[in-house]
Design a protein around this ligand. Structure first.
Ligand SMILES: [Zn+2]
Length: 247
């Protein structure tokens, strides 16, 4: 390399060093909301169709459709991670579902159903676990170990809190959506022992969304616009619960 080349090389090297030492733009780390997971459990599946409407709509297909619509409604929420217990027509045992719930470590699990009520009654209801063993809450889980039968116990109050928020969001939605001669009455929040949640160590609720056995309700469950409104109200309830949970 001649002198000119050497000089050019030195200048280039000097420029690179200056560039490397140039102060980088200062960025203040923004406090980001923690990522919260919700598991949406589409009830039934595979050989278990659940309820079947007079229009042949199966509960297992309706719940899967709703779960996907709720996920879509939450897709713009960067702080919410949505896990579906099933994404197709798969049969899941209660044990397999609970394993999926626990693996996802969610802040909330919502199980979707639309079973039949006796007679011509139509209504929606919320179910969450009641401690079957005692009124005393069990000790929180230590590591990954917990008493299988008591797994729900540390989460009873959170499950109830979530259920009440769901109630507040779903009553106005059904009041607005239902035809006046086909109300979907609110049948309450029921704290009962739920065998299907045995072993589930997380806040959880089961949502019954109306009676698929009623011809007109079954037809409503086939309407895209109706299902989108129902899914939107459930998505709003999830968002509100996560907001209040953080407070
Ligand atoms: Zn069901």
């Amino acid at each position: 390399m001649n002198r000119r080349g050497l000089l050019a090389g030195c200048l280039l090297l000097g420029a690179m060093i200056v560039l490397a030492q140039a102060p980088q733009p200062v960025t203040t780390p923004q406090p980001s909301a923690p990522l919260l997971t919700v598991v949406l459990d589409a009830g039934h599946g595979g050989t278990d169709p659940g309820a079947v409407g007079p229009n042949l709509l199966k509960e297992k297909d309706l719940t899967l459709d709703l779960a996907k619509k709720i996920k879509a409604a939450l897709s713009t929420e960067v702080s919410i991670n949505v896990v579906l217990s099933r994404t197709d027509d798969t049969a899941l045992t209660d044990l397999a579902r609970v394993a999926i719930f626990n693996r996802a470590k969610p802040a909330l699990m919502v199980s979707l159903h639309a079973g039949n009520l006796p007679g011509s009654a139509n209504g929606f209801a919320l179910f969450c676990e009641r401690s079957a063993a005692s009124a005393e809450p069990a000790q929180p889980a230590t590591g990954d170990f917990f008493l299988w039968k008591e797994a729900q116990a540390p989460f009873l109050s959170e499950s109830l809190k979530a259920s009440l928020i769901f109630q507040e969001n779903l009553i106005p939605m059904f009041t607005k959506l239902q035809p006046t001669d086909l109300p979907c009455a609110f049948l309450g929040v029921h704290q009962v022992p739920l065998a299907a949640l045995e072993g589930a160590a997380l806040p959880a609720l089961v949502l019954e969304l109306g009676s698929l056995g009623l011809p007109r309700q079954a037809d409503l469950f086939k309407q895209e616009s109706y299902k989108k409104e129902v899914a939107g109200a459930i998505a709003s309830a999830i968002k509100e619960y996560f907001l209040k949970r953080a407070q």
